[in-house]
Design a protein around this ligand. Sequence first.
Ligand code: 4AD
Ligand code: MG
Length: 427
Amino acid sequence: MYINEAKDNVGKFVEIKGWVYNMRTSGKIVFVLVRDGTGIMQCVVSKNEVSEDTFEKAKRLTQESSVIVRGTVREEKRAPFGYELDLKELEIVHLTQDYPITPKEHGVGFLMEHRHLWLRSKRQWAILRIRHRIAKSLRDFFDSRGFTLIDAPILTPAACEGTTTLFETDYFGEKAYLSQSGQLYMEAAAMAFGKVYCFGPAFRAEKSKTRRHLMEFWMLEPEVAYLTFEENLKLQEEMVSYVIQEVLKHCKTELEIIERDIKPLEKVVPPFPRLHYRDAIELLNKKGFNVKFGDDFGGDEETALSNEFEKPVFIHHFPKEIKAFYMQPDPDDPETVLAADLLAPEGYGEIIGGSQRIHDYDLLLKRMQENNLPIENYQWYLDLRKYGTVPHSGFGIGLERTLAWIAKLPHVRETIPFPRMLEKIYP
Ligand code: 4AD
Ligand code: MG
């Protein structure tokens, strides 16, 4: 049996294969918390109910020893996952000595160095299970709406999101880069399949140490032919609301373990507020910032803006100078582009970046030249504007930032199994 199947096994004699999470002895009883990856089961070993050998073995157990236990399942409201096992038999698979992570507090540096073991802790378990649920519900959302999954390449000849954060590698004597985004390839795919998405790792050599930046993160990027800017926002708010509903429905235990107050999450339903960039500038200045048209928002500005709203908020119509070359200028306000960032509430800031894309060949070429991009590497991308070009839009949602918000974590380092951070690549 797996521990999360306890509900259907009450009264039955079962076997659980796992590891000792924690234990305590009180005279004639040993309580052993056993985890198996699906949950934690409190096993009760009573001196009077088991053989002497079994009782002695139980007393010798140590944290993270691997064990196979057998006994009868009982409902017990006070146990961590609601059930208890009256242990009858115990097999020690491996007796662990000196496990480095004890239940007492360790510093983050120590824990990060031991990430390969830290993953076994209840809190990390809960966080990464929520990560799985977010990823699954994102995929389900697009699959149920007729999108086709198209995988984007990781090795690429050109930049998507600016040339300053590229990881360069050697490709048989030519320069290649780890992908910053699958978007450009999704644009090609959208012209072939209509509605597409990719979901994979993205790489950015971000030279800054912040609580929001990873060098390697996961991004889901939908792209849709004929989708307008406004329709793109609607797709995003429906997607984010769906993900929240799914997490609330399927991750009750996990949210409890991390002590997440779910009230703010329950408020996340469409429509989301929209704030024009120019109004955002005004709002920030009212709040004591000193910003003007043309300034990009950093973490502090985003936090201040997102704190103003209970739901995620779209900031839209950014000045074209601070945004990517492919974004469609607003015909009525050509200094700005038809782009929006979605800022998560509770101070979290940007989780999505999206836009309508330029579909006119000459305009795109001009914007690429203004950005000093090597045109020969993008000829295929320009081709898309030569053969049956149509207006189209898409966006990218970052999995780790979305999880940081939903789990209310102070830093993205716990949102990915093995984080890649500034100058840190172990383990
Ligand atoms: O805003 P970004 O740079 O947009 C793009 O990459 C577009 N090409 C997406 C598209 O339109 N298809 O990144 C999108 C999201 C951000 O909102 C953020 O959630 C996440 O990706 N992200 C990061 N997450 C963690 N660490 C980093 N260094 C990140 N950079 C971006
Ligand atoms: Mg962005």
